[in-house]
Write a protein that binds this ligand. Sequence first.
Ligand code: 5AD
Ligand code: SF4
Length: 439
Amino acid sequence: MSEPKKLFIKTYGCQMNVYDSERMAEALGGQGYVETKSADDADMILLNTCHIREKAAEKVYSELGRFKGLKAEKPELKIGVAGCVAQAEGEEIMRRQPLVDLVVGPQSYHRLPEMEAKTRAGEKALDTDFPEEDKFEKLKNRPKAKRGPTAFLTVQEGCDKFCAFCVVPYTRGAEVSRPADRIIREAQDLVERGVREITLLGQNVNAYHGAGPNGDMTLAGLIWELNKVDGLERIRFTTSHPNDMDDALIEAHGTCEKLMPYLHLPVQSGSDKILKRMNRSHTAESYLRLIERIREARPDILMSGDFIVGFPEETDEDFQATLDLVEEVKYGYAYSFKYSTRPGTPAAERPQVDAEVADERLQRLQALITRHQRVIQDSMVGKTVVVLFEKSGRQPGQMVGKSEYLHAVHVSDADVARGDLRKVRIKSSGANSLGGDVI
Ligand code: 5AD
Ligand code: SF4
């Protein structure tokens, strides 16, 4: 048998790209590739790229430039660009960087095997279509290899919301939901391979409306179906839009035992003026009332969010409204970004905020968020949580996993294995993790 070829994938951006990278590696597995952790010994390098913020494309070009030496040493090395920069830039990538052999968009990667064969024949391969066929259906025969206790599963892709700052509706296209039976089959497969927790993914995951046995199913319906899968212990989902948090989904947070008490619900800004300009179609008040209802259903739920500071025409007053909203919600986790101009999006045309002002706001917001995060993490001390153990820790005998609330928890010298779910009494709170004893 011939030596397997080696594939190095570098993943940028969101969790959906992590999932896509796994599926691309599996697709190329059929072409005789195994994954390697280093670009140096690879026969194929794939950059799975993100286009969400500025300079993403520039970063890809500079990363590609670094592979020049490798390609000179090993002319048979194939270099590919996948993901959202591939979608946005297409052929331009090969024009600007001739060492690129393959460009594949996020909706076409089921065609990678043919594309790879084309590159081996010395040709360039480009595919940034939004094809009719379902890529997941084409890739349904996943290998049965054992895997870790947690997995991502894409259920929905694309976005019809058109927030004024965002490129996703252009790179990932219109909202498409996968049929429920295929998702359940994939979940069952993952469980057979050792997975105990699944995070359902979608750019707008709670807008999910995939075909079910009796017409379209919502995300809540899908979660209840997954709740029946034997051996699956935990369900999470991300990323949600406030306008798609329907009653059934809120209620599921209170009643569905496998659905974890954690919700990532980005609001982006606390100012109604800015929310309107962002085309968010909700207000700060309606968001706060929504969180109130979610917390009524599940009082201990840990909230997480995303924020953009320095959006065009954001004044000090607008920014203060964001700080006020954060103060009211108290996020267990939150991610904040400086507004980044994306060509082709409506906000790119508006008067921009001074970069220094935006930097200063970002620092202030991050300091506030970090303070809340810390208080919430520290409040776990003395409580008992259930931890899904994922890997060994840095110290000998240490095991690390995640609580229901997604806090990292480590224990020492306990008789626990990867994939075990155990009750842990929390006794300390450190910089990025909690420590405790298995009980
Ligand atoms: N500039 C800054 N942040 C952005 N995000 C999306 N587009 C932009 C942009 N143009 C942030 C939003 C989103 C997260 C994934 O990235 O907060 O929720
Ligand atoms: Fe980046 Fe958004 Fe594309 Fe994910 S979907 S890779 S975050 S641009």
